[in-house]
Write a protein that binds this ligand. Structure first.
Ligand SMILES: [Zn+2]
Length: 288
């Protein structure tokens, strides 16, 4: 288990934490942060406002069915679940070092912990407490943190490695979130990213063939209504994520998978090993 005392700060005033009972307290505002059901709770009130797009009635209905959709995706014989496992094994090859610990941004139920871990070296970060509680039951030795990334307790410059897998395509506040990940990396640290080639031919075809009608049915929608939901759920296509990454990070390595060639139309995922840009380089990149 990782000692989070020196890796975390108060999400409100960014001051250090000190041990307090079975949790931590801010050395400045004295706010207490504890652990329940295996998950550190660093959520702060008021919760950040949701993007207006999320009030879409079909999107809300989709969200209400998330537990069933997850069960379908991670169930036995699920094509999409097996494919995701394969993606993670491919992504693991990006990481050539053995960092002391790895922050998993948007970790969900901890699906990448054993591939990138051991789980005892993983710090899983997500804003969905229910998914984190599942992760805690699966991997009690992992460190799990519930927070909004834009008001996170993670200390700047503290992480030798971060992973963010099949997540950035969902992130509404994409550049703000990438700026946070940039600042979290220690000198020489790496961010490993995997994104589906959302918006490309291969990915659209795979969705239409394998998941669209099953998931539409679970959510009680027509295929067209569910396509509309997916447009909201995956608000950033491949090109958008690719451009945003370039503003904050130097691309050390990039691969498409499985074809390698043919760009985002012929592949299912893009994989990145990223180094943080210096502030000066960031200013240049965002102007170019
Ligand atoms: Zn504080």
């Amino acid at each position: 288990m990782i000692d989070i005392g020196h890796l975390f700060v108060c999400p409100l005033c960014r001051e250090g934490l000190t041990s307090s009972g079975d949790g931590y307290a801010c050395t400045s505002c004295h706010r207490h942060f504890g652990k329940a059901n295996g998950v550190w709770d660093f959520r702060v009130e008021p919760a950040a406002a949701e993007p207006p797009l999320y009030s879409d009635p079909f999107f809300r209905r989709h969200r209400e069915c998330l537990a069933q959709l997850h069960a379908q995706h991670y169930g036995e014989n699920s094509m999409s679940g097996q494919l995701e496992d394969r993606f993670k094994q491919v992504a693991r090859k990006l990481m050539e070092t053995e960092p002391d610990f790895v922050g998993d941004i948007g970790c969900g139920t901890g699906g990448a912990f054993s591939t990138f871990g051991p789980p005892s070296r993983m710090i899983g970060v997500d804003q969905d407490i229910k998914l984190l509680e599942v992760a805690a039951r699966r991997y009690p030795e992992a460190t799990l943190v519930c927070c909004d990334l834009l008001r996170s307790p993670l200390r700047q410059g503290a992480f030798p490695a971060l992973i963010c897998l099949c997540c950035l395509e969902h992130v509404y506040w994409l550049e703000d979130s990438l700026a946070v990940m940039h600042d979290l990396l220690a000198p020489g640290g790496r961010l490993y990213v995997m994104i589906p080639t959302e918006g490309g031919l291969a990915w659209s075809t795979a969705r239409n063939l394998f998941t669209l009608s099953v998931n539409a049915k679970i959510s009680g929608m027509t295929n067209d209504q569910y396509r509309h939901v997916m447009r909201i759920e995956h608000c950033n296509n491949f090109e958008a994520v690719n451009s945003a990454l370039f503003k904050f990070f130097e691309i050390e390595r990039f691969n498409f998978w499985p074809m390698g060639i043919g760009g985002h139309h012929l592949n299912l995922i893009g994989l990145y090993s990223l180094k943080r840009r210096t502030s000066q380089m960031m200013a240049l990149a965002s102007k170019s």
